[in-house]
Design a protein around this ligand. Sequence first.
Ligand code: NAG
Ligand code: NAG
Length: 304
Amino acid sequence: MANQISFLVVCFVVLALSSVSYSLPFVVLHGLGDQCKNVGMDRFTQSLSKFSGEKGFCIEIGDGSHDSWFAPVTQQVDSVCETVKSLPELQSGYNLVGLSQGNVIGRGVIEWCDGAPPVHNMISLGGPHAGTASVPLCGTGTFCVIANLLIGLGVYTSYVQEHLGPAGYVKIPTDLEAYSKGCKFLPKLNNELEEFKNSTYKERFTGLSQLVLIMFENDKVLIPKETAWFGFYEENNFKTILSANETDLYKDDWIGLRALNEAGKVTWLSLPGGHLHITEAEMMTHIVPYLVDPFKTIKQYGQS
Ligand SMILES: *[C@@H]1O[C@H](CO)[C@@H](O)[C@H](O)[C@H]1NC(C)=O
Ligand SMILES: *[C@@H]1O[C@H](CO)[C@@H](O)[C@H](O)[C@H]1NC(C)=O
């Protein structure tokens, strides 16, 4: 009898501890040209928060859309790195939801933000993980004039690398030599360069519990759309697209994607919409389960 009681007490304590450690807030990192205060972004964060019952933080970089275009992505990573270290609510860890460019920034935070709280699950919507073969269209806004001017100067020149965010992950398959030499961000993020490989990046990325990679079937922004699944054009070729598992990044496991996948921790998901077009029903089915506290039902049961 005494044994049974102490067993129950132990169970109770274990449940209580695990429910505490598993209730995590989430962080949203928006895409290029967007900002946290835009109606769409605000609604996205609020909806996820409402559906999951967890607190959500849309983390802004600098002044928002302007800086997302003109601050080098490495600097954008450093900015988010400082924010996640300073927000008290994130200190036990958090889940990360990335939109487009927000995903390569988020991955930079996971891989090289020293002293940061851990990221538990990463849900990636339309991320240019393996690069994108052209600078995303800016449109007609006032600063697009400057963006287009910069692009014209040559994407791998150091001036453009320092003044145009997306230049950090533009990968022209027919110009890989210039990319390897000039591109300041993606080769580092993906541990592509022999002389700069850093095993810490792989160790940290492999620490994720779940990685959800969402590709949009009608994505016209990412070129090719398969980059959202770490797929990309074959070298010197704009026709053949290699699946993630046919790339060296995967085969030689430069960042731990293969390790995660072989451990059953990667969900490869394809949705029918255009770039970042996701319905509330899809959010409920494909994002919210990775944000909710898995012990919530047990906690409720225990409390009743
Ligand atoms: C590898 O990256 C980690 C994380 O940023 C850093 O602390 C470490 O100094 C790097 N190692 C080398 C050899 O650059
Ligand atoms: C490689 O990826 C493709 C496309 O995602 C998939 O159909 C195939 O089964 C994978 N092959 C292996 C050996 O895992």
